[in-house]
Design a protein around this ligand. Structure first.
Ligand code: SF4
Ligand code: SF4
Length: 64
């Protein structure tokens, strides 16, 4: 079983950047001002971004 990672529902993301600011590992980038993208080589699964997202479009999932 793998570690939990942050998964963004990108079609619902409003690109506010709150998740990127909250991430202690600088693992989230806002792509073209449209959606948030998680760099899974950096994400440690802390879940801070989930709490920071005003649109509640980030979930923690176990990625294989
Ligand atoms: S779970 Fe933590 S490390 Fe991963 S993207 Fe969210 S804030 Fe960053
Ligand atoms: S905090 Fe939520 S809505 Fe804002 S950029 Fe991140 S995923 Fe998108």
């Amino acid at each position: 079983m793998g570690r939990k990672k942050a998964v963004v529902l990108q079609e619902l993301c409003v690109a506010c950047g709150c998740c990127a600011k909250a991430c202690p590992k600088d693992a989230i980038n806002i792509i073209n001002g449209i959606y948030a993208d998680v760099d899974y080589s950096k994400c440690i699964g802390c879940g801070f971004c989930v709490k920071a997202c005003p649109a509640s479009v980030i979930k923690m999932e176990v990625l294989s």
